[in-house]
Ligand binder design. Structure first.
Ligand SMILES: Nc1ncnc2c1ncn2[C@@H]1O[C@H](COP(=O)(O)OP(=O)(O)OP(=O)(O)O)[C@@H](O)[C@H]1O
Ligand SMILES: [Mg+2]
Length: 522
C-alpha cells in the first residue's frame, strides 16, 4: 500500500460539530486535497470553455472584420481551429479528472463512515439498542450515508464548480465591457435570498421525509422478522394496511418535499431567463450604437449563458444540499452516543475469579423505566454452588442475571464478586469470566461449528467442540445433518428447532468454560 492511500479508518466522533457544513468539512480529513484538486480541475475546465468564447471574439473582430492574419489566411484558420480543438480537449480532460477525484473522495469517505458506524453501533450500550428500532439504524447506515455520498460527489463539487464558473465568466464579461458585466448580475442577490429561503423549507421537509422513511423501514423489518406470527394469527391484511398507512404518509411527505423543488425550479428559470433576455437586448443595443463590436456581442451571448447557468444551478444545489446536511445530522445522532466502556475498571485481575457472589440489598430500575424491577435483593452464592432462581414471569430473573456481566448497572445496593464490587471490574473481564445462555437463543447464519466456537478467542480442536456439543446434548442431532458441524444455520442452511438452537447456544457457552455459568430458562 502506498503512503498516498488515506487512512483506512477515521474516528468520526471528531467530525461532530454544531455547524453542519463545518462538520462535513471535518469528515473530509485525508480527502481534502483530492477534493480541492477536483474543484481546481473543474476551474481549468471552465477556463478552457471561457477561452473558447474569447477566441471566437478574436476570430470575428480581428480576423474576419479587421483582416488581421497570423501569416497567411490558411495558417490563421489552422491556428484558430487548433486553438478550438485544444481548448475542447482541455475542457473535457479536466472535467473527467475532476469527476474521478470527486468520486474517489465521495466513495472513500463514505466507505470509512460505514465501517465506523458498524463498529460504533455494536459498541453502544444495551439500553441504546433496547430503545432504538433496528429499522431506524439500518435506514441511517444505508440511506443517510448515501445522501452524504451524493453530497460529496454532486453537490459539494457542484458548488465549487459553480462559484468558479461564475467568477471566471464574470471577469471575462467585465473584461469585454464593464457596464455589460454589471447589468448581467442584477438578479443574483435576489436569487440567493430566494435559494436560502427554499433551502430552509426543504431542509425541514426532508427531515420529516427521512423520519417517515425510518418508520417505514422499521415496519418492514419487524414484519419480516415476525412473519411467522403474522401468518399464524392471520394478520396479513392488518399488517398490509398498517404498512400502507405508513407508506401513504411517506408519499405525502415526499409530495410536500417535491412540491418545494418543483416550485423552485421554474421560478428560478423564469427570473434568470428574463435576466438573460434583458442582457441580450441590452448588449444588442450597445452593439447597434457601436459601444461594443459584433465579436464582443457574440462572445457575450456565449459567456452570459455560463454566468446565468451557474446561478441557476447554485440555487438547485443549495436546495438539494439540504439532504446531505440533514443526513449528516441524523448520522451524528448515532456517532454522538457514548460507547460502552469495555476495559475501564479499578481492579484488573490477572487470573480467573473464584466465583463468590454476594448481593447486598440490590435494587434495579431500567434507565428508560420507572418502577423497581429488583428491590432490596440479598443473597450469597459460594464458589462451586449451583443455585436456581424461581419467580413468576416478569419478576426480574433475566434482569438480575444480566446485571452480572454489566449489561445494565444496578441502581442501588452492592454486588460483590470475590469481595470486590462488580463495578470495579471491567466489563471485558466480567464477560470473559461469566458465560450466559440467553433466554432467547440467537444463532448467526454461519456454520454450526462457527456458532459454537464463537468468541472463544483461541484455536479449538474438533474434539473440544464435540465435547461441548455432547454436554449440551446436541452432538447426535448435528451428526444427523449431511454436513455435520459444517452445516449452515439459518436462511441459507438448515432450520434448527427452538430446542436445538438453545442447545447449540449452550454448547457455545460451555466451550468458553466460564467460571460462572448462567442458564436463563434453558
Ligand atoms: N430492556 C428493558 N427495559 C425496560 N424494562 C425491561 C427491560 N427488560 C425487561 N424489562 C421489564 O423488567 C421486568 C422484569 O423482566 P425480566 O425479563 O427480568 O423478567 P423474568 O423474570 O426474566 O421473566 P420471564 O420468566 O418471563 O423470563 C418486566 O416487567 C419487564 O417489563
Ligand atoms: Mg427471563
Amino acid at each position: 500500500m502506498t503512503t498516498l492511500e488515506p487512512a483506512l479508518t477515521f474516528d468520526f466522533r471528531e467530525a461532530i460539530h454544531e455547524n453542519r457544513l463545518k462538520g462535513i468539512w471535518k469528515m473530509m480529513v485525508d480527502y481534502r486535497l483530492p477534493y480541492l484538486a477536483a474543484t481546481a480541475a473543474l476551474a481549468v475546465s471552465a477556463l478552457a470553455k471561457t477561452f473558447m468564447y474569447l477566441l471566437l471574439r478574436y476570430f470575428v473582430d480581428d480576423v474576419l472584420t479587421q483582416g488581421e492574419y497570423i501569416g497567411n489566411i490558411t495558417q490563421t484558420f489552422l491556428w484558430i481551429a487548433l486553438g478550438f480543438v485544444g481548448l475542447a480537449a482541455f475542457e473535457g480532460g479536466f472535467s473527467f479528472l475532476s469527476g474521478r477525484l470527486a468520486a474517489y473522495t465521495a466513495e472513500g469517505i463514505t466507505r470509512r463512515l460505514r465501517d465506523f458506524l458498524f463498529d460504533h453501533i455494536q459498541r453502544l450500550s444495551f439500553s441504546y439498542h433496547a430503545t432504538t428500532p433496528t429499522g431506524d439504524l439500518i435506514e441511517r447506515v444505508t440511506s443517510d450515508v448515501d445522501a452524504l455520498r451524493r453530497f460529496f460527489s454532486e453537490q459539494g463539487i457542484g458548488m465549487g464548480r459553480i462559484v468558479l464558473l461564475f467568477v471566471i465568466n464574470f471577469i471575462a464579461i467585465l473584461n469585454l465591457n464593464v457596464k455589460l458585466g454589471l447589468i448581467s448580475v442584477i438578479v443574483i442577490p435576489f436569487m440567493l435570498l430566494v435559494s436560502l429561503w427554499f433551502f430552509k423549507k426543504v431542509t425541514k421537509r426532508y427531515e420529516n421525509y427521512q423520519a417517515q422513511e425510518a418508520v417505514l423501514s422499521t415496519t418492514l423489518q419487524e414484519n419480516l422478522t415476525g412473519v411467522r406470527v403474522v401468518k399464524a394469527f392471520g394478520r396479513q391484511e392488518y399488517e398490509k394496511s398498517k404498512f400502507e398507512k405508513d407508506n401513504w404518509n411517506k408519499y405525502l411527505k415526499g409530495k410536500l418535499l417535491l412540491f418545494m423543488h418543483s416550485l423552485f425550479w421554474p421560478l428560478s428559470d423564469i427570473v434568470l431567463g428574463l435576466q438573460m433576455l434583458f442582457g441580450f437586448v441590452y448588449a444588442a443595443t450597445m452593439a447597434i450604437n457601436g459601444e461594443i463590436t459584433v465579436g464582443m456581442y457574440i462572445a457575450y451571448v456565449g459567456l452570459v449563458v455560463w454566468l446565468i447557468w451557474p446561478i441557476r444551478n447554485l440555487g438547485r444545489i443549495i436546495v438539494s444540499a439540504s439532504t446531505g446536511m440533514v443526513s449528516y445530522g441524523r448520522l451524528m445522532e448515532i456517532v454522538k452516543q457514548a460507547r460502552e466502556p469495555l476495559f475501564d475498571g479499578k481492579v484488573q485481575p490477572q487470573g480467573p475469579v473464584k466465583g463468590e457472589l454476594t448481593f447486598e440489598k440490590v435494587s434495579f430500575i431500567y434507565s428508560d423505566g420507572e418502577k423497581n424491577v429488583l428491590k432490596d435483593v440479598s443473597f450469597t452464592v459460594r464458589p462451586g454452588q449451583s443455585i436456581a432462581l424461581l419467580g413468576s414471569t416478569g419478576s426480574g430473573k433475566s434482569s438480575l442475571v444480566n446485571l452480572l456481566p454489566r449489561f445494565h448497572e444496578y441502581t442501588s445496593g452492592r454486588i460483590l464478586l470475590d469481595g470486590v464490587e462488580l463495578t470495579d471490574y471491567s466489563r471485558a473481564y466480567l464477560r470473559k469470566q461469566i458465560g450466559i445462555v440467553e433466554q432467547e437463543p440467537f444463532l448467526f447464519s454461519r456454520s454450526i461449528r462457527e456458532n459454537i466456537t464463537y468468541g472463544v478467542g483461541r484455536d479449538v480442536s474438533q474434539e473440544e467442540v464435540e465435547r461441548a456439543a455432547k454436554a449440551a446434548a446436541v452432538h447426535e442431532v448435528i451428526m444427523g445433518f449431511p454436513d455435520g458441524y459444517n452445516t449452515l444455520v439459518g436462511e441459507k442452511g438448515v432450520t434448527l428447532s427452538g430446542g436445538q438452537k438453545q442447545r447449540v447456544t449452550i454448547a457455545r457457552t460451555l466451550l468458553k468454560n466460564p467460571r460462572i455459568l448462567i442458564l436463563d430458562d434453558s
